[in-house]
Each structure stands twice: as structure tokens, then as C-alpha cells.
Design a protein around this ligand. Sequence first.
Ligand code: CS2
Ligand code: MN
Length: 352
Amino acid sequence: MKLSFRWYGEDDPVKIGYIRQIPNMQSIVTAIYDVAVGETWSRESIDKLKNMVEEAGLAFDVIESVPVHEDIKLGLPSRQAYIENYKENIRRLAKAGVKVICYNFMPVFDWTRTELNKELEDGSTALIYDMKQLEKMDPLKGELSLPGWDSSYTKDELAEIFEKYKAVDEEKLWANLEYFLKEIIPVAEEHNVLMAIHPDDPPYPIFGLPRIITNEKNIDRFLKLVDSKHNGLTLCTGSLGSAHFNDVVRMVDKYSAMGRIHFMHIRNVKLLEDGSFEESAHYSPHGSLDIVEIIKALYKNKFDGYIRPDHGRMIWGETGRPGYGLYDRALGAMYITGIWETLEKTTSPSDL
Ligand code: CS2
Ligand code: MN
């Protein structure tokens, strides 16, 4: 496995030099943030980013994300131009040495939470998702906006997009995803880039919009749409693990054995009975996921892709981007490394 860390570029309050100081850290996971969704990324800005990462002594080999334009998800005639741009981004990133591109296919909204600073028992704060709160949320009204969302839409534009999604049910979304994959995966194959779709977070429809990368049955279907290693997964334990119906250890074992996981997001969540959840420390006893069993499954299958600690809590008075402070993610990185080192020193993959 190769340990990596998400960095939001020069404006990130977490300095890249600090990331470098985390033991065993190898790669930076980043993106170009000042280009509108669907446009091409300039070669100059890709090279500039690559240089910053490499000057810090880290590798520039994972991009999260190259976002997918809404017209592609909606299957509109205008999608073709955006797909061509997407292919061009794959080519340009491959040329800069990128090995894995993470993306998602969630209509309109990326990860969704109901509170970003919930104080936990120990005084740390975390992102939470409360079922009852969510039922009361209406993204078309009020000022609601989350850091994972594309904030470039006005309320009127958002209302228009919702209107367009009325014609897109789950089957239509599958068809649009298949069309997209059949266009881009051959380009990824040619340039030796591994595409890695991120599951929907949380893994079920919200606000009446369809979501399909949600459970084992659907991920099986996804992998068959284009049966190529280059059509792979970002397996986000926290996203899949925030629903009772997903057995995350089983999914990690199954898909890593198939060689289809290229990128792991390791996050723990405390899942409550009604489906609400709190993001927790990575340490297994603090959440509902058994991180040791998850890493064992990867080790057993000789996983050699990238792992990054996903969202962390805010601890030790840190302020910053929700979920993306330095300290708790650094603790997560060391926890992952510690489990991996223990396995390497005590266990052979074939014993598992
Ligand atoms: C990330 C996602 O912060 C997160 O939870 O895992 O925002 C992720 O970057 C996207 O869904 C991938 O396209
Ligand atoms: Mn994730």
C-alpha cells in the first residue's frame, strides 16, 4: 500500500511541509480547484501543482477529483463536449505522471451532512448526519450549503437542475454512467490511468435525487459495465459504512481480491440505529467499522494501491476545512501504518 494525504493546494491551511512530516507519507492527493466543472485543466496549472508536490518530497500521482459535469449525469446532448474535455484531462494528467483519478457520479450534491461541528464527548468536533435533521433540509430553500458541494449554482440554477432530474430515474442514471464509461475508459487504458469511482455518501438517494453507487449489488453491476481494471473503485469505508446494509469488510475483501480497488479512503463512522451517523476517530472501538479487519483484508489480497485517511475530527483546537484538518488525519495515517507494519512483521498474506 502507498500512504497518501489529501491536500487542497496553496490555499489549504494545512501546509504541505507538515504533511511531509507524517511518517511513511508518500503521495499527495489533490486537484485543480479554480477551473469550472467540465472544463479542461491547463497544462501549466497541472505542472505547477506537480512541482509544488514534488518539491515537498512527495509524489504527484493521485487526483481527487476530476468532477463530472452535470450534463453528463443528466445525459443531455451537450454532454459530448464535456466528455471530450474529460478525456483531455485524463491525457494531460497521465502525461504529468498521474496514476489514479478519483471521481463520483452523484447527482448535484457530493457528501452531505447535517452538522459540521458537533461537539463529541471528549471536546473534539466532528461532522454528523442526523436523519431527522435531514428530513427538514431543503436545498432549494434557505442558505444551506456544504463544503463538499459545488457552490457555483444560484438557487434558481439549482431549481432548474432539480427540474431536469425529474426525467432521470435510477435506470436512466445507470445508462448515462455506462455511456460515460464507454467513452472514457478506453482513453484511461491507452494512457495507463486507473479510474476510481467514489461511492455515494451517504449511500442512498437524498433530496429525491437518484444515487446508484451505494451497495454491493450495484457495485457489481458497475464493475461489469466496463469489465476492465481501469474501471475501478475508490472504496470509501465511511461512505459505504454509513448504512446498515453494507458489510464493508466483505466488500473490501471481495473487490481488492478482484484487483478493482485502486484507492482506499479510510474513515470510521458511528452508525446509530435510525441510520444517523457521527464521524469518529479512526480507532475501531470508537466507531462501527473494524478498521483492523478492513486493513487485514487489503493485506491478504496484497493491495498495492493508495490509501488515505479520510475525514478526521477537529482536535487540539485546530480550525480549518471541515473533515480536513491535519491532526486527526495524521493520527489516522499512523494508525493505518501501525496496523500494516504489524501485519507485515507477524503475518503472511497467505495465512489470512
Ligand atoms: C470525499 C469526497 O470529502 C470526502 O468525503 O471523499 O468529497 C470525494 O472527494 C468525492 O466524492 C470524490 O469525487
Ligand atoms: Mn471518501
